[in-house]
Structure formats: C-alpha cells, structure tokens
Design a protein around this ligand. Structure first.
Ligand code: NAD
Length: 266
C-alpha cells in the first residue's frame, strides 16, 4: 500500500544499519527519488548505498560520513543535501547508541557524555540544521493540489524515554529528552507548517540488540513484558516513520508514536 509520500528529498541519519537503513530503503520504495544517507560507519553506509542502487536504480543517493554529535559535521551534512538536491522534505534522525550501561554510581562521566551527545545533542543538532533549511523552502504541492508541509522531521527516541529500565540512566534520559524536545519544537514550528514527531520503538531486532547474539537472552524479560511477546523488526519501525512523513499524517504533530508491541500499555 502506498504511504502517499510526496516525491521529495529525504535525509536519514544512522543509515548504515538497523532502523536507519530500513527507513532509507522504505523511502526509495515509497517513491522518494533523492535520498541522503549519513552515518559514522563508512562500510555499513556503503552497504546501504549498494542495496539502494540494486533495488532502486533510479533513485539518486548521496552518502555522507558524519558524526551527529559534531556540529560542523551536521552543518556540512545539511548543506551538502541542500546543495545537491535543493531542499529537505523528510529528515529522519535515527543515529544513536546504547552505550555504557550501569547504575549512575557505576557510569563514567565519559560514558554519560557519549550517550547524551550522540542521542540527545545529535538529534538537536540535526533538527536545528534541518529546520533552518526547511524554513528557507516552499511547501511541496500534494498530488491533489493541496499545499503539503514545508518539511517533516521524525526523531527516533525509545519506549525507554517513556518508561525506564535499570542500568541505563543516561540512555533513558537521552530518549526522554528527545521526546520533550520533539514537543517543544512542534509547538514552535507549527506556524511554519513543519511537522515534528518521534517514534518510540520497543525491543527491535537490529545490531544494537542482537550483536553479540547473547544480548538477546538478556533482553528476554523485556521482550516478555510486551503483550505481543516478540522483538519488532526494523521494517515495522520504518513503516511507522514513513506513515508519519506521509500525507496520511498531516494532523500528527509533536507525537511520541510507540512501536513497542504493547510494552508501554501498563
Ligand atoms: P544500530 O546500531 O543498528 O544503528 C544505529 C546506527 O547509528 C549505526 O549505523 C551507527 O553507526 C550509527 N551511529 C552511532 N553513533 C553515530 C554518530 N555519532 N553519528 C552518526 N551515526 C552514528 O541500532 P538501531 O536499533 O537501528 O538504532 C537506531 C535508533 O533506534 C537509535 O537511536 C536507537 O537508540 C533507537 N532504538 C533502538 C531500539 C532497538 O531495540 N534496536 C529500541 C529503541 C530505540
């Protein structure tokens, strides 16, 4: 089923793996002809580019090695996108790490700083640069002639930003911060016709949770809390992100969209 995406330009961070890679492939499947993929992991990014080229040869793909916690990298990423494609219609900020675990008394300051600067500051740096670019552009016209959004941003937060878990104070807080920032930015940029939402995935089968494979065993209790009692797939998260970007979601603003098999019901 088509998500009725406008045929615009998409920018995806964290695109070398997992959810970000599925989002990039889904944009191509749904008709985006211009896609910028970004990540720190050069080899993985190259693999995503090869997959896009093999499955969707007519799509123009630009790869950018960028660390989302680095202001200069993020500015270059966004200016390269605008130079190459003229605009950014959809920005999905999926880059993130789980990082060092441990109770607050066991967590190092470096571990705390790394998690918060990639997950939270990274999303803020990306959103700031993406918003500045979006504010310069006119809305795309929809297929039926209505004015579309000037731009759409989707951050990847987590169910752990709504609930919590042990041994991850920095990770949980970084995701709660993304949810909060999403709401604040949604209030500020609604008048500019820019939509900003986030998704809150539950336990999803990606390298973050399954590499090394023993990690899955540690996650069994968390998986069992969700009534659906299984891991989600990166594609299931990507499908919800594409919905949030689409013309089916034009009244969805500032939402924290759970994709968690029911984990957060209770
Ligand atoms: P993943 O490890 O497969 O992908 C994360 C990607 O982010 C990797 O390609 C990695 O290289 C990239 N990345 C890490 N640091 C970066 C940086 N500084 N700059 C640019 N890129 C960087 O994991 P995933 O599960 O696909 O994670 C994607 C997002 O989903 C993350 O934000 C994660 O916190 C979130 N999330 C994942 C789960 C899960 O269970 N897998 C659950 C909730 C939220």
């Amino acid at each position: 089923m088509s998500m009725t995406l406008f045929p615009g330009t998409a920018l995806v961070t964290g695109a070398a793996s997992g959810i970000g890679r599925s989002v990039a492939l889904s944009f191509a499947k749904e008709g985006c002809k211009k896609i910028v993929i970004a990540d720190v992991h050069e080899e993985g990014l190259q693999e995503t580019a090869v997959m896009l080229d093999r499955e969707y040869p007519s799509v123009l793909v630009v790869e950018v090695i960028a660390d989302v916690s680095n202001e200069e990298h993020v500015q270059k990423l966004v200016s390269k996108t605008v130079e190459r494609f003229g605009r950014i219609d959809y920005a999905v900020n999926a880059a993130g790490i789980f990082g060092e675990s441990g109770r607050s008394t066991e967590l190092s300051l470096d571990g705390f700083d790394q998690i918060t600067s990639i997950n939270y500051r990274g999303c803020w740096l990306c959103a700031r640069a993406e918003l500045k670019a979006m504010l310069q552009q006119e809305p795309l016209e929809t297929h039926d002639g209505r004015a579309g959004n000037r731009g759409v941003i989707v951050h990847v937060a987590s169910q752990l930003g709504i609930t919590s878990r042990s041994n991850a104070p920095a990770y949980c807080a970084s995701k709660a911060a993304i949810i909060s920032m999403t709401k604040s930015d949604a209030i500020d940029y609604s008048k500019d016709n820019i939509r900003i939402n986030c998704v809150c995935p539950g336990v999803i089968d990606t390298p973050m949770t399954s590499d090394p494979p023993e990690r899955v065993e540690l996650l069994r209790p968390a998986i069992a809390i969700a009534p659906l009692n299984r891991m989600g797939t990166a594609q299931e998260v990507a499908d919800c992100i594409l919905f949030l970007c689409s013309s089916k979601a034009t009244f969805v603003q500032g939402a924290s969209f759970v994709v968690d098999g029911g984990y957060t019901i209770n």
